[in-house]
Design a protein around this ligand. Structure first.
Ligand code: NDP
Length: 255
């Protein structure tokens, strides 16, 4: 029987890399995000699923819309692994100038988006008899940094939800895993954060010898999701070697 994994935010970055790796592991991967063209490209590259078999099945999903999440739940007949990855940051404003609309959007996609999808698919994770829920939080889920107030508030919220869920599901056949990356250089994360300003986005990684890649994080996600069923990786923190702590990042001087 082919196991099914649902990955949200699978059209780029960590989500796309996770979908690829899960498909390579033999999962039927429901790759969900808003941009269908990118999902179709992913399916073409990673191998499109036939029926419920192994490979990638694109699914258009907006985690901020209950209607869209309901449609996902109706379309997915089984769910062994759920990766709540859709999310992101908007802006780097200090709290004193925090934009309420930006903070609301970050809370909606990172926290409420994960809540909507979790609620929708939890009965199927339980019914699988050996479900795994992976929450993509961030080191911002437990550490603050200047300019990161709105994002850290949302990611702290997502971390709190993850820990609560693990307590509430104790005794059910579902593992609840948090994967918390530090600095990951993905195609779009920082560009989106800075409203499309590519130059500003590049400065985030300037001089850092090797930030994590999306595939490094996907490797960790898939490792967590494929441990023996009695092994729960509560939280996996993953950073590049050049980042010893949130504020301690090694950069080559002349970059
Ligand atoms: P990307 O910006 O590359 O990818 C974000 C993904 O989320 C895209 O596929 C996007 O697809 C999807 N998404 C955004 N909004 C929605 C929505 N409303 N409904 C459905 N999908 C949505 O980011 P990363 O891959 O870098 O980040 C993935 C996760 O990892 C996020 O939760 C992020 O907060 C977290 N993270 C990232 C770090 C980094 O440094 N990059 C560090 C730590 C954590 P589409 O636009 O097609 O919907």
């Amino acid at each position: 029987m082919t196991k099914t994994a649902v990955v949200t935010g699978a059209s780029s970055g960590i989500g796309a890399a996770t979908a690829r790796r899960l498909a390579a592991e033999g999962f039927h991967v429901v790759a969900a995000a808003r941009r269908r063209d990118r999902l179709d490209k992913l399916a073409a590259e990673a191998g499109a699923a036939e029926g419920g078999g192994p490979g990638v099945e694109p699914f258009m999903l907006d985690v901020t819309s209950q209607e869209s999440v309901d449609a996902l739940a109706a379309a997915v007949t089984r769910c062994d692994v759920l990766v709540n990855n859709a999310g992101g940051a908007i802006g780097m404003d200090p709290v004193a100038e925090g934009d309420v609309a930006d903070w609301q959007r970050m809370y909606d996609v990172n926290v409420l988006g994960s809540l909507r999808v979790t609620r929708a698919l939890l009965p199927k994770l339980i019914a699988s008899g050996d479900g795994v829920l992976v929450m993509l939080t961030s080191t911002a889920g437990f550490i603050a940094y200047e300019g990161g107030g709105g994002y850290a508030a949302a990611k702290h919220g997502q971390t709190a939800m993850t820990e609560t869920l693990r307590l509430e599901l104790c005794g059910e056949p579902v593992r609840v895993v948090e994967v918390a990356p530090g600095m990951v250089k993905t195609e779009e994360f920082s560009v989106n954060r800075f409203g499309g300003d590519v130059e500003r986005a590049e400065k985030v990684y300037a001089g850092v010898p090797d930030p994590l890649t999306a595939d490094d994080v996907a490797d960790a996600v898939v490792w967590c999701a494929t441990r023996p069923s009695h092994v729960n990786i509560d939280r996996l923190v993953i950073r590049p070697r050049a980042q010893a702590a949130q504020h301690k990042v090694y950069r080559v001087a002349d970059a």
